[in-house]
Design a binder for this molecule. Structure first.
Ligand SMILES: Nc1ncnc2c1ncn2[C@@H]1O[C@H](COP(=O)(O)OP(=O)(O)OP(=O)(O)O)[C@@H](O)[C@H]1O
Length: 211
């Protein structure tokens, strides 16, 4: 079973206060977990810890059967001159598809995120919301076992947010474990489960070595 699990996680940067403490979690393929909590509570940091990019101050993260981790950041990054379509085709080519097979598949994935209409535009000409949805489409094209998404609807209007939330919920039905850091109540609603960092915040002002 593909999953990421963490036990006894606590993290702080340097000698600052702990962001969270005593956090245990397990996210399995097929789940879409919303990571919520006040601004600055450590949602993005926890995503980095789950990805293995940041070592937690305490505790352990174990990946079970995760060969590929996909990330969609708060600020979309693409190749300015490449077409939107290329951004989704390239990961499919990397997985061994021919260009002939990859293009229709890329169009189908882009249609799910409602960005098929901008397929031929260079990345630099996309709006912030289009670029964000393209990054989600690209992440889906990489067929990750674990997909980490940071604030996917922050730049989107209500209608496009609804599209993104619907597709994220579908992604989790495949063989992917999805964790989404969000402030958006509609995204939270679309997820199968919620982890609230507010429930794992240590007492205010505790900064000692074993706080
Ligand atoms: N590399 C770092 N070094 C020092 N402090 C950091 C570092 N990264 C994050 N922080 C601090 O840790 C805290 C948690 O940041 P993080 O981005 O994880 O919160 P968040 O819950 O995702 O916030 P938001 O909802 O505003 O995006 C913040 O106070 C941030 O300034």
């Amino acid at each position: 079973m593909v999953s990421v699990s963490a036990t006894g996680l606590a993290h702080r940067f340097g000698s600052s206060a702990y962001l969270f403490d005593g956090l245990d979690l397990e996210v399995r393929a097929g789940e879409v977990v919303a990571l919520v909590g006040p601004s600055g509570s450590g949602k993005s940091t926890l995503l980095s810890i789950l990805a293995g990019w940041v070592t937690p101050t305490r505790g352990q993260v174990v990946h079970h059967g995760i060969a590929r981790t996909g990330w969609v950041f708060q600020n979309p990054h693409g190749s300015p001159r490449r077409s939107a379509l290329d951004h989704v085709v390239l990961p499919l080519l990397a997985h061994g598809r021919t260009r002939r097979a990859a293009e229709p598949e890329a169009h189908e994935i882009m249609a799910r995120f409602d960005v098929e209409g901008v397929a031929d535009r260079p990345f630099r000409a996309l709006s912030g919301g289009e670029a964000q949805r393209l990054m989600l489409a690209r992440a889906v094209a990489t067929a990750p076992d674990l997909l980490l998404v940071d604030e996917p609807t922050a730049q989107l209007d209500l209608a496009t947010s609804a599209t993104v939330n619907r597709v994220l919920a579908q992604v989790g039905r495949n063989a992917t474990a999805v964790v989404v850091a969000t402030h958006d109540p509609a995204t939270r609603e679309a997820c199968t489960r919620v982890i609230d960092l507010a429930d794992h915040m240590p007492a205010m002002g505790v900064t000692g070595p074993e706080a």
